[in-house]
Design a protein. Structure first.
Length: 319
């Protein structure tokens, strides 16, 4: 099991209890919290729907949490890959007419919507009427769209959103605060060095911080730095940089290129891994921490990447 893969796991289902329910409890993203808090308060005073919101970021940075904080119990969540025009229209009709200023429709994986659906949705967002049914009016609502691939959205689609936010990776300080908060909710003891060690291995992603706390709880209700190192590295292969087994496999595949660029298709085929998984979860992190470079012809190791592999090989030779 690779804990550093950013897609949701069964473990994450048990962490709904630690999801923040207000901006006051949400750590990080200071500007987003300030802007949306003011906007939400203003729209409620005017008894209007909040302007549409586009949230983009890699997986695990809190897009769903932000949507639920804004919409609360009035949130209707839909998955982009499963959504078609009829399904969306049906959900719009089902929306309760009470509290119209707080009605929120959250579409996750918005980029995966079919082109025709995006075009129809753009009309609904702007005019609040169904395409080809001008007499059918939709009670105003707020659309919150979450995407991990904002670059695929046309400008015309982006223009329908009043607020567009790129959620940032979290600092070690914020991740340590999240570790402390999550441990408290789960009634687990944890010291400062352990919080920092978990933060270092979380790749800037709070979902991983929470996932690590939950897994470490299975080993002990008193989490120390030595326990973090012992469990996350020796049992799951997550090192001090946050690299997991798949990350290291990708690095070794690029090394086989002997300095020549290696294509993502070649890497995925050789490792028998899903190409999108490597592109969306592994490659961005390796680029961000400077272990690889991306060229038009493929991926190559950086000097830091070569040095890391040399250290890994040295450790293996000593065993």
């Amino acid at each position: 099991m690779d804990l550093t893969v950013d897609r949701k796991t069964e473990t994450d289902k048990y962490l709904e209890c630690v999801r923040p329910t207000s901006f006051e409890n949400l750590i990080g993203n200071k500007n987003l919290k300030e802007v949306l808090s003011v906007a939400k308060t203003g729209s409620l005073k005017r008894n209007e729907s909040l302007g549409h919101i586009l949230l983009s970021s890699p997986p695990g940075l809190g897009k769903t949490t932000v949507a639920r904080i804004i919409g609360g119990s009035n949130t209707v969540q839909l998955m982009g890959p499963d959504l078609d025009p009829k399904t969306f229209e049906r959900f719009l009709y089902m929306l309760k007419e009470r509290n119209p200023s707080g009605r929120v429709v959250f579409v996750d994986e918005f980029h995966s919507l079919k082109r025709g659906m995006k075009e129809n949705l753009s009309i609904i967002m702007e005019d609040f009427q169904l395409p080809n049914h001008s007499s059918v009016r939709i009670i105003p609502f707020t659309l919150i769209a979450a995407t991990t691939d904002a670059g695929t959205l046309h400008q015309a689609t982006r223009d329908r959103f009043m607020y567009c936010f790129q959620l940032e990776f979290y600092s070690l300080e914020d991740l340590s605060l999240i570790a402390s908060r999550t441990a408290g909710i789960l009634k687990v003891k944890i010291n400062a060095p352990a919080m920092l060690e978990i933060a270092r291995r979380s790749r800037g992603i709070p979902r991983l911080t929470n996932r690590f706390i939950k897994i470490l709880q299975d080993w002990s209700n008193n989490i120390t730095k030595s326990l973090v190192e012992e469990v996350l590295w020796n049992k799951f292969g997550v090192d001090y940089l946050g690299l997991g087994p798949l990350d290291r496999k990708v690095l070794y595949e690029i090394l086989k290129g002997a300095g020549n660029p290696v294509g993502i298709v070649t890497i995925a085929s050789s490792l028998q891994e899903d190409q999108k998984n490597i592109e969306n979860t592994v490659e961005p992190y390796l680029l961000r921490i400077g272990l690889i470079h991306k060229t038009p012809r493929g991926r190559v190791l950086s000097k830091d990447g070569m040095d890391l592999i040399a250290k890994l090989n040295e450790k293996v030779s000593r065993k």
